[in-house]
Design a protein around this ligand. Structure first.
Ligand code: C2E
Ligand code: CA
Ligand code: CA
Length: 606
């Protein structure tokens, strides 16, 4: 170890060493770690002001090596060493060195440091167009006489701290980093023990189908109980495990634990309940996560549709090919893959465009501020939901905490909801003690179909935000043994129904039943297509005329229930509340104007 204030005789010894070949890095010809330490110490001890130690690392060097071969990797290291030498040579006393692998360390001064780092990056990237390279730099300003080893450690800490923060390429050392680093090292040290000792547990949070208020899935979330630190939240240890490429250990463990829990359910004869698990993007690189899951499922004899895979949006600029291939493989084998935390980062839309998912899971931030600043939050939620439905995807909103939030999700047609309103993460046994029933897994395909229908009101607003016209009322009915049940409706349809008398409602239901029966009997080939006229009819109610279409939506093979979807638009907008005589006159007028006959395609309500 070379410490500050080296006695003269060591200094003389080091002179010889520095001139020898042992001082050079054989690959790049730069100074090696030992030689750098001697020379940088001298410079720090000289009392020179404004010094900086810069630790530079190529973020994805391992991947580069794997992809292009060891030789290309070596060439890349030599290129970087030449660029660094070129950039820093103009300054007197600057030293560039390679410590190991892809770790380069420079001692320089504060001035132009930013520009020099940026220039180095750009130069290196320009030599490899089309390849995602990422250079990271950590900077530390040593004080006079500071130990060179500690100074380098601090520069490295700064560099490591942005390993998974892709928006930063350079970072300065801060005091807290020492503590964070200690915590990270502790987590890494005790991880294996924790996995073996059962201190890492999996809890489950209910996911509720809004249409039937049933629990249709649960999400598996890990918990770590530690003897020293108490409870460590996944928000703290997951990023650390990702940073140090250990995350696949937890995820492999979770898959096994989930299968174990599902097996126990089956043994207790409890209803089947699919589980969604969180995978890290890194799982696809660090291990063969597909085989891990396949093997574990078959070991426990659990079918693929019992496990849903949540993947959070990727970071902008990252190489997506490995992840996309991995996702496609899971889907090709019949697994559902869900996009987690949609909307939480800046690449959500791009990822949605380039990657195929079965479900979009809306980030809980969509609901934060919902109650105060509701208008904007509502528009963002509803229009993104529309987008999801147009892409044929299932929808789930997380972070539901209040009945108002749930009610809004219901009226705009969200398929599923998750959040503290229904329950916090809990043991699987506790899930079965909740008041909400578990969905019969045989019914799921039926409800999934219904969840994809758009029921959003198309409101036309003036600039002040007042509703000028409701464009579309929508509802989904379910018919079981000639009994009709309204499964869901949007606000426009709710409002319309409110203005009907009880008699009118009964008349409406009878008319619907008759019509649906006839459409089924005729085997109307177009009955599910909205372009056919067979499914279109007119309703006169409250002095206004409405055009209504119904279409067969889905059939539940277990219960025999059928679902029909209804869309209705107003053709006239007369104010309500005129008297019976007025209504009769208006009715006669419509019949003339629209040249209609009361009959099959026309229902006159009061
Ligand atoms: P996530 O996947 O977005 O999980 C949802 C997080 O939000 C959970 O935190 C959950 O407890 C919390 N949450 C659920 N409902 C509500 C609500 O209504 N309000 C609020 N404020 N929070 C709610 P948790 O369990 O601390 O997990 C944090 C993150 O850790 C997860 O976010 C996920 O990204 C990650 N994670 C958890 N388990 C695993 C795992 O096994 N593997 C991997 N790779 N990541 C995991
Ligand atoms: Ca999740
Ligand atoms: Ca999430």
């Amino acid at each position: 170890m070379f410490v500050m204030n080296m006695p003269d005789n060591i200094s003389k010894l080091s002179d010889g060493f520095l001139r020898s070949d042992f001082a050079k890095d054989t690959l790049t010809g730069l100074l090696n770690r030992e030689a750098f330490n001697i020379k940088a110490s001298e410079r720090i001890n000289s009392g020179e002001k404004g010094l900086a130690i810069v630790w530079i690392n190529i973020s994805n060097f391992k991947k580069y090596n794997n992809r292009f071969g060891f030789n290309s990797g070596n060439i890349l290291l030599c290129e970087l060493s030449e660029i660094l030498t070129e950039v820093f040579k103009s300054k007197n006393g600057d030293i560039v060195s390679r410590f190991s692998g892809d770790n380069f360390v420079v001692i320089t001064t504060w001035d132009d440091l930013d520009e020099n780092i940026t220039f180095t990056e750009k130069y290196l990237y320009s030599l490899h167009p089309g390849i995602t390279l990422r250079l990271r730099a950590g900077v530390y300003f040593p004080s006079a006489n500071e130990n060179i080893l500690e100074a380098c450690d601090k520069a490295k800490m700064a560099c490591d701290s942005i390993r998974t923060n892709y928006s930063l390429n350079a970072c300065m050392y801060r005091e807290e980093m020492g503590k964070e680093m200690e915590m990270e090292h502790y987590i890494l040290d005790v991880l294996d023990d924790a996995l073996n000792s059962g201190n890492i547990k999996v809890l489950y949070q209910p996911i509720v189908r809004i249409l039937n208020n049933n629990i249709c899935e649960v999400e598996a979330l890990v918990r770590w109980k530690n003897d020293v630190l108490g409870f460590i939240s996944p928000g703290d240890f997951i990023p650390t495990l990702e940073k140090y490429s250990e995350i696949h250990k937890i995820d492999t463990y979770t898959v096994k634990q989930v299968c174990e829990d599902l097996k126990n359910l089956a043994e207790k004869n409890l209803p089947l309940l699919p589980v969604s698990i969180n995978l890290s993007r890194l799982d696809f690189e660090l291990c063969d996560i597909f085989s891990v899951i396949e093997n574990t499922l078959s070991e426990y004899n659990i079918p693929r549709n019992m496990l849903k895979i949540e993947i959070t949006e990727s970071v902008h600029g990252e190489d997506m090919s490995v992840l996309n291939l991995g996702i496609e493989k899971f889907r090709a084998y019949g697994y559902e893959v869900w996009m987690d935390d949609f909307g939480s980062g800046y690449s959500s839309l791009n990822m949605l465009k380039d990657t195929n998912f079965d479900t979009i899971k809306f980030d809980m931030k969509f609901l934060s501020g919902f109650d105060e600043n509701s208008d904007k939050a509502r528009y963002i939620l509803s229009s993104n939901l529309s987008m999801a439905k147009q892409m044929g995807m299932q929808s789930l909103c997380e972070g539901v905490e209040t009945p108002e939030q749930l009610e809004y999700l219901r009226t705009i047609g969200f398929e599923k909801a998750q959040g503290y309103f229904f329950g916090r993460p809990m043991t699987l046994d506790n899930i079965f003690e909740l008041e909400l029933p578990i969905e019969n897994i045989q019914d799921s395909p039926y409800y999934e179909k219904l969840g994809k229908f758009e029921i959003l009101d198309d409101e036309i607003l003036d600039h002040a935000g007042t509703i000028v016209a409701d464009m579309r009322a929508a509802a989904i009915f379910e018919i079981t043994n000639d009994q009709i049940k309204l499964l869901t409706k949007n606000k426009t349809y709710s409002d319309w129904l409110k203005n009907l008398t009880e008699d009118s409602k009964r008349e409406l239901i009878n008319y619907f039943l008759k019509r649906m029966k006839r459409m089924k009997l005729n085997h109307d080939p177009d009955s599910s297509s909205s372009s056919s006229s067979g499914n279109r009819f007119y309703i006169f109610s409250n002095g206004n005329l409405f055009q209504t279409r119904i279409a067969h939506a889905a059939e539940n093979s277990r219960t025999g229930s059928e679902a029909w979807v209804l869309y209705q638009k107003a053709l006239t907008y007369f104010p309500l509340n005129h008297d019976a005589n007025d209504r009769a006159r208006i009715y006669e007028a419509y019949m003339k104007i629209f040249a209609m006959k009361s009959g099959d395609n026309f229902l006159r309500l009061d």
